[in-house]
Design a protein around this ligand. Structure first.
Ligand code: SF4
Ligand code: SF4
Length: 182
C-alpha cells in the first residue's frame, strides 16, 4: 500500500554572518520570550541562540540551539574560515555534556530553538524581529512528507513547547496522571 503524503511547513532562519555586528539583541529577546512568566527576565545564558565571537578577526557567528546529545560526540566538525581554523566545538548546535552552551543554568535542562512556537503564532520569530541588521531572515517552504513522519513531528513540537512552557517534570506528571485515568 502506498504511504499517504502530507504537506508540512518547513521553517528556516537564514543566518548572514557578514551582517551580524554582535549586538546580542537576539539573545536578550529569546531569553525574555521564553522566561516564565513571559518577558519577566532576560539572561542570554537561557537563550536558544548564542552569538560566538572570534576576537582575532572580530567576527560574530550566531548559532541556534539544536538537538540534545546525552554524550560527547565521537566525530567533530572542523571549520576553516578565511584560512583560520576554529575550535572543533565552536559552531556546534548541540546541547551536550562537554560545554555549558545551550543548557538552562538553573535546571541543567537542554535548550533547543523552537522557532518561537506560540499560541497565537508569531508572524516571525522574535530573534528575527529584533535583528535590525537583517542578519537573521525567516523563511518558510512547503514540503511533502509521509503522514506518519508529519504526525510524529507535530507531536514532538507540541510536547517540546509544553515542556518549555510548564517544565518537563510538570508535563511528565500530567501525562502520568492522565494515563492512570484511562
Ligand atoms: S540581533 Fe542580529 S546583529 Fe545582533 S547579534 Fe543577533 S544576529 Fe547579530
Ligand atoms: S527562533 Fe525563537 S526560540 Fe529560536 S532562537 Fe530565535 S527567539 Fe529563540
Amino acid at each position: 500500500m502506498k504511504a499517504e503524503k502530507k504537506k508540512r511547513i518547513v521553517k528556516t532562519i537564514r543566518v548572514d554572518v557578514d551582517k551580524c555586528n554582535g549586538c546580542r539583541a537576539c539573545e536578550v529577546v529569546c531569553s525574555a520570550f521564553h522566561a516564565s512568566p513571559k518577558y519577566s527576565s532576560n539572561n542570554p545564558e537561557r537563550s536558544r541562540i548564542r552569538v560566538i565571537h572570534e576576537p582575532l578577526r572580530d567576527i560574530y557567528v550566531p548559532v541556534y540551539a539544536g538537538e540534545y546529545s546525552a554524550a560527547e560526540c565521537a566525530g567533530r566538525d572542523k571549520y576553516t574560515i578565511d584560512g583560520k581554523d576554529y575550535d572543533e566545538c565552536a559552531f556546534c548546535r548541540a546541547s551536550c555534556p562537554s560545554r555549558p552552551l545551550f543548557t538552562e543554568p538553573d535546571s541543567g535542562l537542554p535548550l533547543k530553538c523552537d522557532v518561537c512556537e506560540s499560541d497565537p503564532p508569531l508572524d516571525e520569530p522574535m530573534c528575527v524581529q529584533w535583528c535590525l541588521n537583517d542578519a537573521l531572515v525567516y523563511e518558510e517552504r512547503e514540503e511533502e512528507v509521509e503522514e506518519e513522519a508529519a504526525t510524529r513531528e507535530e507531536l514532538e513540537t507540541g510536547l517540546e513547547s509544553l515542556a518549555n512552557k510548564y517544565g518537563m517534570q510538570k508535563m511528565l506528571d500530567t501525562v502520568a496522571r492522565i494515563s492512570k485515568k484511562g
